[in-house]
Design a protein around this ligand. Structure first.
Ligand SMILES: NC(=O)c1ccc[n+]([C@@H]2O[C@H](COP(=O)([O-])OP(=O)(O)OC[C@H]3O[C@@H](n4cnc5c(N)ncnc54)[C@H](O)[C@@H]3O)[C@@H](O)[C@H]2O)c1
Length: 446
């Protein structure tokens, strides 16, 4: 199939033909939870891939054919490195070797919950002196509508090259769902919006051979907004069930049973589940990017604010339930040994970023509890921007469980044997309905 370029230029035609022949070299900038699987997908799809990260340890590991992400198989990385289809570097000079550069750097929130775009800015500034004519740049980091055109484009054009003529620019949101066994980069449809028609055509052609479906949209802003809508939808619906959890709990109704019944409706209802609070790199953060951007238009995002308020109150809700449960057991929080079961932000992943476990541990610790945790996927609590706890995961033995006054289930990893855990535990507060079907007076579901 020959690519049809609306307004062909020799640069665009040249790149289009390299993409078609799969001789185009693809750089992926930021080899984290998103960038590494993406680099792997491009390499398995037949492109030669250069992974770039400022973290020299990650680069060294990849070059040795190792993986630092639980669900990325080291054997597959090693095979790609040996085949010559994948290499990693921290040297920006090597961008000149590549034809397409995909940016997957972090987009966290700052202290005042404002977008922290410093990683995108630094990446743009780092790329600028190494840009050459005929390259395609695609931003994948989650961000508010307008970032590609208003922030990244001017930085790149300071190189003297002009977007749409000398280089091409697009946005395509990453929709990775780590730990999901049914969906990985390859079979999640890719939404793609180009700065102009040529950029769009080139970006679609680049991704088309490596993902199962591509979804062209009319521009970068629509693609950026699409990702924010997806995550806002989740944040708002999770807030709804979190709020209803408190209401139904007061009425003596089990919200989990209610949701299980409601989701038998074959249309018009999608199940969301309550929990101890939002976690991860997306849902607690991305909606606030839109809130910030909307303010520039004099508009408020009331759903997002309300959902944020409800979801952020969940760790305190859990701590209150723990305090009540201990009280019913004749104990105070102060001086009690409390173990958190699962600190990753969700089931079966090794990523603890933004996990509500941290806030729950800090709140309990501030009330005098002696904290410990067990998580087979997180052997040591990493340094976090907003949390200072330094703990190692404890071995889960009957003796250890019996020595805890309370065990709080924050993340229900599949490896946990809950009947066994309940058997050895004096008191268990379950925020995930992980103990469903187990009957014991020692379980408090919240
Ligand atoms: N983790 C997810 O599940 C997920 C899902 C969808 C979208 N996203 C979005 O994807 C983006 C990346 O997230 P992530 O989870 O992969 O982050 P991450 O922290 O796991 O990885 C980011 C990587 O970028 C590297 N980096 C930072 N600055 C750099 C620079 N200037 N040049 C090169 N490398 C640099 C870091 O060393 C790190 O390895 C974010 O915008 C995030 O919101 C994440």
């Amino acid at each position: 199939m020959t690519l049809q370029l609306a307004a062909p230029s020799s640069l665009a035609e040249d790149l289009a033909s390299r993409i078609e022949l799969r001789t185009a070299r693809v750089a992926v900038v930021g080899l984290g939870y998103v960038g590494l699987p993406l680099a792997e997908t491009f390499a398995w799809g037949g492109y030669t891939v250069l992974g770039f990260d400022i973290d020299v340890e990650k680069v060294a590991k990849l070059k040795r054919g190792e993986s630092y992400i639980g669900h990325i198989c080291p054997e597959r990385v090693a095979e790609l490195v040996q085949s010559g289809r994948f290499d990693a570097t921290s040297d920006p000079v090597r961008f000149v070797e590549t034809d397409a550069i995909i940016i997957c750097v972090p987009t966290p929130l700052g202290e005042a919950r404002e977008p922290d775009l410093s990683y995108i800015i630094k990446t743009g500034e780092m790329l600028r002196p190494h840009l050459r004519k005929g390259q395609l740049i695609v931003l994948e980091s989650t961000t508010y509508p307008g970032t590609t055109e208003e922030l990244l484009l001017p930085i790149l054009e300071e190189s003297g090259l002009k977007a749409g003529e000398d280089f091409f620019l697009a946005y395509s949101p990453e929709r990775e769902d780590p730990g999901n066994r049914d969906f990985a980069t390859r079979n999640i449809p890719k939404v793609i919006g180009g700065l102009d028609e040529v950029s769009q055509t080139l970006a679609l052609a680049l991704y088309e051979p490596v993902v199962d479906g591509i979804v062209p949209v009319s521009g970068t802003r629509v693609a950026e907004a699409c990702k924010i809508l997806e995550n806002t939808y989740r944040a708002v619906n999770i807030a709804l069930v979190n709020e209803l959890k408190g209401v139904f709990n007061a009425m003596g109704i089990d919200i989990w049973e209610v949701i299980a019944a409601a989701k038998t409706k074959p249309f018009g209802f999608q199940a969301f589940y309550p929990g101890p609070g939002l976690g991860g790199h997306c849902i607690p953060i991305d909606p606030f990017y839109l809130t910030w951007a909307a303010r520039k238009y004099g508009l408020n995002t009331r759903f997002i604010e309300l959902a944020g308020e409800i979801n952020m109150a969940m760790p305190q809700y859990v701590v209150d339930r723990v305090a009540e449960a201990l009280n019913d057991d004749g104990k105070a929080v102060k001086g009690s040994n409390v173990c958190i079961l699962g600190v990753a932000y969700k089931k079966d992943v090794d990523d603890p970023r933004e996990s509500p476990a941290f806030t729950i541990m800090e709140l309990l610790q501030s009330r005098g509890a002696r904290m410990s945790y067990h998580d087979p996927h997180v052997p040591t609590l990493p340094r976090m921007r907003h949390h200072k706890l330094r703990l190692d995961s404890q071995e889960l033995t009957p003796e250890f469980l019996r020595s805890r006054d309370c065990v709080v289930v924050v993340t229900d990893h599949s490896v946990f044997n809950f009947p066994w855990i309940v058997r050895h535990t004096r008191l268990i507060v379950d925020t995930r309905n992980a103990t469903a079907g187990i009957s014991s007076p020692r379980i408090v579901r919240c």
